[in-house]
Design a protein around this ligand. Structure first.
Ligand code: NI
Length: 136
């Protein structure tokens, strides 16, 4: 019997989508306003889903306090109010698109959570634009 638990979180961060090997004009053609050389911010909304079995001893799938603390340490304190391109090492050479941010968050949480859990990350860059990633 599988059950899925969810935890929501939020962070604000700045980014610029661009390739260093492209001109500003080409970056603007591909990435639009998100390639603004002066950067800009988004209010990211995160939903982390953890799937697994209920522990018969505790009745828990996972202690949600533990999940909350990992999200706080690995995502919120790591990315909130940061310039992703300049201050978050994963994006030194990786374009901080919502897709890549979701993958980075998943990788960071995967290292912290027991392998018996399946993890799925849903990341909203705007209320209408979001992605999901579950490590596949
Ligand atoms: Ni943007």
């Amino acid at each position: 019997m599988k059950i899925k638990a969810f935890r929501k979180a939020h962070f604000n961060a700045a980014h610029r989508l661009y390739r260093k090997d492209w001109s500003d004009e080409k970056n603007f053609q591909v990435f639009g306003k998100c390639s603004n050389p002066k950067f800009h911010g988004h209010n990211y909304e995160l939903v982390v889903a953890v799937t697994g079995e209920i522990d018969p001893e505790t009745g828990y799938l996972i202690d949600l306090k533990i999940l909350k603390d990992h999200i706080k340490n690995e995502v919120e304190e790591y990315m909130d109010h940061k310039n992703l391109n300049e201050e978050v090492e994963e994006f030194a050479t990786l374009n901080p698109t919502v897709e890549n941010i979701a993958v980075v968050i998943w990788d960071r949480l995967r290292k912290k959570l027991a392998s018996k859990y399946d993890i799925e990350v849903t990341l909203y860059e705007t209320p209408r634009n979001f992605v999901t990633y579950k490590g596949e």
